[in-house]
Ligand binder design. Structure first.
Ligand code: NAP
Ligand code: ZN
Ligand code: ZN
Length: 351
């Protein structure tokens, strides 16, 4: 074991604060990583504040991790010291169930081990995430990150990127289709970029008039203000696919009514309270309402390589870790353009 530093919270009501903790020494298949940047996902906030009612404290969030390899176990074959790498939402899974064998570790039938709020099977206690200086992860769950990608802007790809890439690929979004993305936050802005890159006619739905110009700059062909009934009515029955990335309670039936016959709305946003789904909005027109969770390791690598090849990354505001509590409040006000990325380089000086 060795001592690490990070920012964690001891309860749903406490702010994040400097925290010391232990990590395991790298085992034969482990990679030790010095963390350079970590994205701030809305899930970090939901989890730190126990909004999903399953938080283990102390809670040290962060699952959009980019860093450099500093040590490798004797059996590690795919990485060497100095490589730039990423770690997303998972640090382990059973690797033998049908989902794992199919490359869908996120749907592991025994449950994947999350990067934070999981159980450290080697030294005990909870897993601690990326708001920290160092992490140790089995190489299977470590991703290669091209040097073509800016590390601060690449970090949020590890969750916001894959969570939007995976459903757009699974439902085969492409040319000739009309695709909606709801909410221009961390996930939504990547949804817009990917839908556009995959060749779909891309429409952003936002509650924020101040984001209209950005929506277009990021790739939307059209931007619809979801609070404007006239603009919404003009879009009725016209979408093949809609990706809903809203983090708060909202009226999902507004969007179900915009789908064509057999169209699909995929929910990736995970608000604290259940959403109301009027069944007639599904029954008429045989519409589909589905969900999607991050993406598997192979698909995450595919997404990172796609981004490097197509010059795609996240729009980030880089912050020092000392600003994390302020960043959470701004995220709640939808005041982030479009992802906070924490620069970990000055963590050691304070913690
Ligand atoms: P975020 O950056 O805070 O973005 C959420 C966006 O939702 C906001 O920018 C805002 O967009 C919109 N919004 C916020 N409050 C709203 C309200 N009251 N009514 C309507 N729209 C509202 O959050 P994020 O990091 O992208 O995460 C989004 C959600 O996805 C979170 O619940 C998160 O936990 C979840 N998530 C799920 C997965 C998965 O695997 N399924 C993975 C990661 C995250 P506008 O200003 O444009 O309206
Ligand atoms: Zn996330
Ligand atoms: Zn499994």
């Amino acid at each position: 074991m060795f001592t690490c530093t990070g920012y964690a919270t001891n309860s749903a009501k406490d702010p994040l604060a400097p925290f010391s903790f232990n990590r395991r020494d790298p085992g034969p298949t482990d990679v030790q990583i010095d963390i350079e940047f970590c994205g701030v996902c809305h899930s970090d906030l939901h989890q730190a504040r126990n909004e999903w009612r399953n938080t283990i404290y102390p809670c040290l969030p962060g699952h959009e991790i980019i860093g450099r390899v500093t040590k490798t176990g004797a059996a590690v074959a795919r990485f060497k010291v100095g490589d730039r790498v990423g770690v997303g939402c998972m640090v382990d899974s059973c690797r033998t169930c049908a989902s794992c064998v199919a490359g869908f570790e996120q749907y592991c039938e025994k449950g994947f081990n999350p990067t934070y709020n999981g159980q450290d099977k080697t030294i005990g206690g909870p897993t601690f995430g990326g708001y920290s200086n160092v992490i140790v992860v089995d190489e299977f769950f470590v991703l290669r990150v091209s040097d073509k990608l800016d590390p601060a802007a690449a970090a949020p790809l590890l969750c916001a990127g894959i969570t939007t890439y995976s459903p757009l690929r699974h439902w085969k979004v492409g040319p000739g289709q009309k695709v909606g993305v709801v909410g221009l936050g961390g996930l939504g802005h990547m949804g817009v970029k990917f839908a556009r890159a995959f060749g779909a006619h891309t429409v952003l739905f936002t509650t924020s008039p101040s984001k209209i110009a950005d929506g277009k700059r990021l790739g939307a062909h059209e931007v619809v203000l979801s609070k404007d009934e006239g603009q919404m009515a003009a879009q009725a029955d016209s979408f093949d696919f809609i990706l809903d990335a809203v983090a708060a309670d909202h009226d999902v039936s507004q969007y179900l009514g915009l789908l064509k016959r057999d169209g699909t709305l995929v929910q990736v946003g995970a608000p604290e309270k259940p959403l109301a789904v009027p069944v007639f909005s599904l029954i008429f027109k045989r519409r589909n309402f589905a969900g999607s969770l991050i993406g598997g390791i192979a698909e995450t690598q595919e997404m990172l390589d796609f981004c490097a090849d197509h010059g795609i990354a996240c729009d980030v505001e880089v912050i020092p870790i000392q600003k994390i509590n302020e960043a959470y409040e701004r995220m709640l006000r939808s005041d982030v353009r479009y992802r906070f990325s924490i620069d970990m380089s000055n963590l050691g000086a304070v913690a």
